[in-house]
Design a protein around this ligand. Structure first.
Ligand code: UP5
Ligand code: MG
Length: 199
């Protein structure tokens, strides 16, 4: 049971739009806890011998979205661990989630009454720049999905499944859009304006 309702900012945008990079900066300045759904899934996969390792591995390579039952449990557990250690740590950046209607329904079913979604931080960046950044990172990242064939699938999934989720939140007035194509420091200037206005 969560005693105090944690505050959540969802961070969305295409693969390589800069979600993780900006979350690190937000954590330093605004004291949020950063939970990347992709990082949580990769860590779960890397544990090996867990029930879902192979499923997660295949989904990531294929740029497909893992069933929400798996992802929501990882997110929920990470939030609870953070708050159990320090009850004042009640602000979370949830990076790369929710990516489709399955994710959104899973959130609403499990977390909607347990957390307040303040807004959606959306890094808007062209597919071309997204692909270029991930391919560049792929030279040293070791990520199994930073190659051109996985990237084409990741972009397709983003356009087909995640964009509609962002549009849904847009209709609710919850999206804070940032131009993600600028340099990381320039993007953070715009991010700061948003967080300064919200807090
Ligand atoms: N970079 C960053 N900002 C830059 C800037 N402004 N200018 C120039 N370069 C910039 O950045 C990517 C690269 O670009 C880095 O090299 C960085 O230095 C540079 P990063 O900040 O890592 O971008 P990010 O948006 O976080 O990119 P990431 O690759 O993490 O995005 P994805 O959304 O594709 O990856 P994620 O880890 O979220 O998901 C991976 C997979 O996990 C999914 O495809 C899916 O299969 C699975 N998944 C689920 O199934 N469910 C979930 O809920 C989440 C993930
Ligand atoms: Mg990321």
């Amino acid at each position: 049971l969560m005693m105090m309702k944690p505050k959540v900012v969802f961070v969305l945008g295409g693969p390589g739009a800069g979600k993780g990079t900006q979350c690190v900066k937000i954590v330093k300045q605004y004291g949020y806890t950063h939970l990347s759904a992709g990082d949580l899934l990769r860590a779960e996969r890397n544990k090996g011998a867990t029930e879902y390792g192979e499923l997660i591995d295949n989904h990531i390579k294929e740029g497909k979205i893992v069933p929400v039952e798996i992802t929501i449990n990882l997110i929920k557990r990470a939030m609870e661990e953070t708050m159990n250690q320090d009850a004042t740590k009640d602000k979370f950046l949830i990076d790369g989630f929710p990516r489709n209607t399955d994710n959104l329904e899973g959130w609403n079913k499990n977390m909607d009454t347990n957390a307040d979604v303040k807004f959606v931080l959306f890094f808007d960046c062209s597919n071309e720049i997204c692909i270029e950044r991930c391919l560049e990172r792929g030279k040293g990242s070791g990520r199994t999905d930073d190659n051109i064939s996985s990237l084409e699938k990741r972009i397709q999934t983003y356009m087909q499944s995640t964009k509609p989720i962002i549009e849904l939140y847009e209709k609710q007035g919850k999206v804070r859009r940032v131009d993600g194509a600028k340099s990381a420091d320039e993007v953070f200037v715009d991010v700061q304006k948003i967080f300064n206005a919200e807090n």
